[in-house]
Design a binder for this molecule. Structure first.
Ligand code: TYM
Length: 331
């Protein structure tokens, strides 16, 4: 049986949040199985579509790789690398740009959101962001792309580009599929539960960061915005804050929603918040300690990332040369 490849990426635009973890990164580690090759990258080229401090970007890129190791990305079963260490990403992205339409890029909701937030810097990179992401995915012949719900549209455009290219030049790319968890595919902000939790949110109380200690996690959950209904029920439309806390509780305890509702019957929001915080603390604390250990071991990090990039490049070079050949680039 042919091995199926998996690829995913994360921007080093901050620290892994609870949303990143349950929406995507937890699945990255679960997908590492015998019958698959996994490629996981820190998408630093994507990060510069918004302004970054150069020293801080370098530090965050390295820290993000250490966080991914702590979350269970296993260098023996996956290639973990920094996107810019494999130049084929940018090279394929250029070719794919020529097979992507302005119209489809202007329909991307992330482009619309980010342009609204960065009115003074609506750059072309922000616009062609999904094309670079398509290159990330298609270079590795990935069948599966584990992501949160907000990246679904980007994986869909990667599919459209792959199909369009295959139709023009014959079978070249594997057409990828997004893998989005039913529960946890869209974790909401603790401060504004109608918005998704985001690592670049200026309000630190809106998200749980991977680096938060136990006291901070408890404090943030206790402050989480709920509602005035006073009843613990799962109604994402009318009680988004409570529904978010219940979902997080289920994910971290392995309980079903029915079991969770039975567990909290007759209880107040204070109890719900403490129980969710305790469940999250129990899982995240050992991961945070692992992260600190990886971060301190610069030599190990260096070796893993260099080896990961080397492994990734082997396949990336093959795919790019096939593409160049099909398009007629080279002599
Ligand atoms: P990024 O860095 O914003 O987020 C990394 C992953 O976390 C998921 N995620 C969430 N899931 C659930 N609830 C949330 N509140 C939440 N917030 C974020 C994201 O869906 C994502 O899976 N463009 C990508 C990075 C990327 C990539 C790729 C992904 C670059 N190249 C190739 C897949 C394949 C991004 O900005 O993710």
């Amino acid at each position: 049986m042919e091995k199926k490849n998996v690829l995913s990426g994360i921007q080093p635009s901050g620290v892994i949040t609870l949303g990143n973890y349950v929406g995507a990164v937890r699945n990255w580690s679960l997908l590492q199985q015998e019958d698959r090759f996994c490629y996981y990258c820190v998408a630093n080229l994507h990060a510069i579509t918004v302004r970054q401090d150069p020293t801080e970007l370098k530090r965050r890129t390295r820290a993000m790789a250490a966080m991914l190791l702590a979350c269970g990305v296993d260098p023996k079963r996956s290639a973990l690398f920094i996107q810019s260490d494999v130049p084929e990403h940018s090279q394929l992205s250029w070719v794919l740009n020529c097979y992507t339409y302005m119209g489809e890029l202007s329909r991307m909701t992330q482009f619309k959101d980010k342009s609204a937030k960065n009115e003074d810097n609506i750059n072309a990179g922000l616009f062609t962001y999904p094309v670079l992401m398509a290159a990330d995915i298609l270079l590795y012949r990935s069948s599966f792309v584990p992501v949160g719900h907000d990246q679904k549209q980007h994986v869909e455009i990667a599919r459209d580009i792959a199909i369009r290219f295959n139709n023009a030049f014959g079978e070249t790319f594997v057409v990828p599929e997004p893998l989005i968890p039913n529960l946890g595919g869209r974790v909401m902000s603790l401060a504004e539960p109608t918005k998704k939790m985001s690592k670049s949110d200026p309000n630190p109380n809106a998200f749980i960061a991977f680096t938060d200690d136990q006291k901070t996690i408890m404090k943030k959950f206790k402050r989480a915005v709920t509602d005035s209904e006073g009843c613990i029920a799962y109604n994402p439309q009318t009680q988004p804050g409570v529904a978010n806390l219940l979902s997080i509780f289920c994910i971290f305890t392995g309980k079903t929603m029915d079991e969770a509702l039975a567990y909290f019957e007759g209880q107040g929001y204070g109890h719900l918040k403490t129980a969710v915080a305790e469940a999250v603390i129990e899982t995240l604390t050992p991961l945070r300690l692992e992260y600190e250990r990886y971060l301190a071991d610069e030599v190990y990090m260096e070796t893993i990332l260099r080896e990961g990039a080397k492994q990734a490049r082997t396949l990336a070079q093959k795919t790019l040369s096939l593409v160049y050949d099909k398009v007629g680039i080279g002599i």
